[in-house]
Design a binder for this molecule. Structure first.
Ligand SMILES: Nc1ncnc2c1ncn2[C@@H]1O[C@H](COP(=O)(O)OP(=O)(O)O)[C@@H](O)[C@H]1O
Ligand SMILES: [Mg+2]
Length: 270
């Protein structure tokens, strides 16, 4: 098997005397979307931050394409193809759309100005609404438009790996569906993603693998098709009843049972 694009190997991290991550390990194959799910405070955002280099790993390793980047600063990680869309859509509200994109492209502009111009154009092609509103103050746009701006700001560096922290939070259902299409499009261009979501149904509709976190450790990892209601309910500690939308999404994505040997297969007509 080829080396996963991202490997989080037994990472611990914390703040002061508090340890938050107690040895997190997650492999993310190139071209896939990995989902991290867990209750509030489980350590999902801190995990993404150790990958982005915003929170240092105290032990363990983060490997990008097999290279140990554990001690790299965030800027070097961005320059090497990592994009981070932090929780809470942190656009600069008093800056225009284009100024926000320019700031996102800080490292790219320093390295290669002509590539920046082409990349800005590519982001505007993907998000015509951002081109239309390039001079508008970001803080005056709708939640969905700000979400597009955050994705655009990450894409402008032409990343290979994008970390997305709760992109659907606070969006209207319609805006969330639009955002889902955007993220699918991005993944379809071959960009690898790590997605953290509180909205489990939304997250499950996007990801290839599911990693369930509880109090700073990964308690379950599997392809999303092998995840069942009971596993999800047990590890997310939400009792035995999942929301109907989550259950529906799980069964729609379930890997079909292999046909049993010896029995004639019955073709189901819908
Ligand atoms: N900057 C920080 N300083 C101290 N504790 C923090 C900090 N950031 C997160 N934590 C703690 O780490 C734990 C995990 O947080 P986080 O990763 O943000 O959870 P979530 O899974 O909801 O994203 C929580 O108990 C949180 O209070
Ligand atoms: Mg979080």
């Amino acid at each position: 098997m080829s080396t996963p694009l991202l490997q989080i190997l037994d990472v611990t991290a914390g703040f002061g005397a508090t340890t938050v991550l107690h040895g997190v390990s997650i492999d993310v194959p190139e071209g896939s979307i990995a989902g991290i799910f867990g209750l509030n405070g489980a350590g999902k955002s801190v995990t993404l931050k150790t990958v982005a280099g915003v929170v240092p790993a105290r032990s363990g390793q983060v490997l990008l394409d097999g290279e140990d980047i554990t001690r790299w600063g965030p800027e070097k990680r961005v320059a090497r193809g990592m994009g981070h869309i932090p929780q809470g859509r942190q656009v600069f509200p008093e800056l225009t759309v284009e100024e926000n994109l320019r700031l996102g492209a800080y490292t790219l502009r320093r390295r290669d100005r002509s590539r920046y111009a082409a990349s800005l154009d590519a982001v505007y092609d993907r998000f015509p609404v951002l081109r239309e509103r390039r001079s508008q103050l970001a803080g005056t746009m709708s939640g969905g438009q700000q979400a597009s701006l955050c994705v655009g700001r990450a894409l402008i560096n032409q990343p290979r790996l994008v970390l997305v922290d709760e992109p659907s939070a606070g969006l209207s259902p319609v805006a969330a569906l639009e955002l889902r299409e955007v993220l699918r499009d991005v993944a379809a261009t071959g960009v690898t993603m790590v997605l953290v979501e509180q909205n489990i149904a939304f997250g499950l509709s996007l990801v290839d693998t599911a990693h369930l976190m509880q109090t700073g450790t990964v308690v379950h990892s599997s392809p999303v098709g092998d995840l069942d209601d009971a596993t999800l309910a047990t590890h997310l500690g939400i009792g035995s009843v999942l929301g109907a939308a989550t259950s529906r999404m799980l069964s729609s994505r379930a890997t079909p049972e292999p046909p049993k040997k010896g029995k004639p297969r019955v073709r189901r007509t819908a």
